[in-house]
Design a protein around this ligand. Structure first.
Ligand SMILES: [Zn+2]
Length: 553
């Protein structure tokens, strides 16, 4: 049987997992051809490593926050359309969200990754100490500037062989818009973007090259804003005529913080006050508090949210104010597909870690030294695949709304090694490596794993079938997906608008111009790596003020 015929058979057999597909036994012509194709796509990604570097640097330079990823999305959609993808833009009422497709028929392999940044994390890349590019501006200190290079460069390599060898199947590519706000993936699921998807491969920046399967530490999360309404009055002239919405916010927080003692250790909850009134002499008639409630699964998170609602009611009663609440985002806890993870893991072992040079290691060790964490440099070995995390080990963690997709299609997250180990997260420290050779090499390695895994999925109907069998018979046997969202909850696209307006024009002169500069480091005139001069580290003041920046502008 020719490879084309084998793949044609794949199309007929993959749509539903219940049909018994034809395996590709090792040693057959088809297996040998798959092997040759893997060698070919790895070489193709390597050939396109400058494209990886450009995408990583370009998105880093935009530094856009969740729901405001305008330049980033325009740039990515442009690349995909130029390469023959059909792109549906502004999906689900989210201006910066889009779904791109190329190919036809089954299987449909979906590639996702996040694209948003973090507030107040601007940092000059390659500089191993605090050095904001623009003070107070947002930046890519979560490393969400790197995943699209992984997915798109992998997809283009695979598309090339699919076109030539007439391999059927569909590639879907989409952005995790506003991941930091867990703002969109549950909406994508609700709006049907994963209905015909066979497998989802998600890529996420890490300091490791790694894949996992089963239950993970990641928490479910619901993001809720409480808006209190009181009565304004002169704070000095007639305070008794006022009903303070800010008092309600403060009492809600006090109530929650007392209640916190009697919640399970697995919960994580935190809040900010986006609106605390306007000025002290006006009793605040409006005030808001924004909570993230996190627990290990849907039920426990829902319970936490219910407690939050009751605490808000109590605060309203104490102050004679009213409140309304709005859900701003949500995420499900994680469960990753065992068969897909095993396939990814084989490709991880094949691709291996990037070859770091002394400059990469020097930057990593310098950052680790600044943070007084283990000065181990960059990882040089791929990490072992890990299985399910036991419930007793789930003692609180972050969240990612990729969980919603994992409960709707077999899915895994590929962690690729584009950042430095032992960093605090959500801080400018995490941005230092993200437009340097560390991120470029790590993302290129990630793209190779992504491309080879896509080939496995297009070539082996048994793998897709096994993944659905695991999904139906193990993952969702006793647990069905329930979204935190109602049919009418809307994406919170207003979030970050003001910060975006404040910094957009300041960031614009720093956008990377790949037509003029080989790298963003070159454009910024930053010597790689720029390390603190030893004597400058001696005083406390110098640990905050930038030292010699090697000619950085
Ligand atoms: Zn994050």
């Amino acid at each position: 049987m020719s490879l084309i015929a084998a793949f044609a058979l794949t199309v007929l057999l993959t749509p539903q997992p219940k049909v018994k597909p034809t395996p590709v036994p090792p040693g057959t012509l088809e297996a040998k051809k798959l092997e040759a194709l893997k060698v070919e796509v790895i070489a193709e990604v390597e050939k396109n490593k400058d494209m990886v570097q450009q995408m990583v640097d370009q998105i880093f330079s935009y530094g856009e926050l969740g729901f405001q990823e305008t330049e980033t999305s325009r740039y990515l959609v442009g690349i995909l359309e130029k390469n023959g993808f059909t792109v549906q833009k502004g999906v689900s009422g989210i201006p910066t969200a889009w779904f791109a497709r190329w190919g036809s028929g089954k299987p449909v392999i979906s590639l996702g990754t996040d694209i948003d940044g973090i507030p107040k994390s601007s940092q000059k890349p390659g500089v191993a100490y605090p050095a904001p590019l623009i003070e107070g501006a947002p930046g890519h200190c979560e490393g969400h500037n790197s995943g699209m290079a992984v997915n798109i460069v992998a997809a283009l390599a695979v598309k090339k062989v699919m076109e030539r060898d007439k391999i059927p199947g569909t590639i879907q590519i989409w952005p995790g818009v506003a991941e930091e706000l867990v703002g969109t993936k549950a909406i994508y699921v609700r709006d049907g973007f994963f209905k015909d998807v066979d497998i989802t491969l998600f890529s996420r920046v890490s300091s490791d090259m790694k894949v996992s399967w089963g239950t993970q530490t990641s928490n479910a999360l619901v993001s809720v804003r409480y808006d209190f309404t009181g009565v304004a009055a002169h704070s000095a002239g007639a305070p008794w005529r006022g009903k303070s919405a800010l008092d309600a916010v403060e009492l809600m927080n006090v109530g929650w913080n007392f209640r916190r003692e009697h919640l399970k250790y697995t919960q994580r909850s935190h809040y900010i006050i986006p609106d605390g009134g306007d000025q002290p002499n006006v009793v605040p008639s409006k005030a808001s508090v924004w909570y993230y409630f996190r627990e290990i699964d849907y039920e426990k998170t829902k319970d936490l949210w219910d407690i939050g609602n009751r605490v808000a009611q109590g605060a309203g009663m104490m102050t004679d104010t009213m409140f309304a609440s709005t859900i701003l985002g949500s995420a499900m806890d994680h469960h990753m597909s065992k068969p897909v993870a095993e396939a990814v893991n084989e490709n991880i072992k094949r691709v291996g870690m990037p070859i770091w040079d002394e400059n990469d290691q020097a930057l990593a060790r310098a950052v680790q030294k600044e943070l007084a964490v283990k000065e181990e440099g960059l990882a040089t070995k791929v990490a072992d695949m890990t299985g399910p995390v036991e419930e007793k080990a789930r003692t609180g963690a972050g969240s990612d709304d990729i969980g919603d997709i994992q409960w709707n299609t077999p899915s895994v997250t590929l962690q690729f090694p584009a950042n430095i180990p032992n960093l605090p997260g959500h801080s400018f420290w995490n941005g230092i490596a993200m437009a340097t050779p560390i991120a470029h090499k790590g993302s290129t390695a990630g793209a190779k794993v992504m491309a080879t895994t896509m080939l496995d999925l297009f070539a082996k109907p048994q793998l897709v079938a096994d993944s659905w069998k695991y999904f139906n018979e193990v993952q969702t046997k006793d647990r069905k997906y329930i979204s935190f969202l109602s049919a009418t909850d809307k994406p919170a696209i207003h979030l970050n608008r003001e910060i975006d307006a404040q910094f957009r024009e300041k960031l614009r002169p720093f956008y990377y111009d790949a037509s003029k500069y080989k790298t963003y480091l070159e454009q910024l005139g930053i010597k790689y790596p720029t390390l603190r001069v030893p004597s400058a580290a001696a005083t406390k003041t110098d640990s905050i003020a930038p030292a010699n920046e090697g000619g950085a502008r």
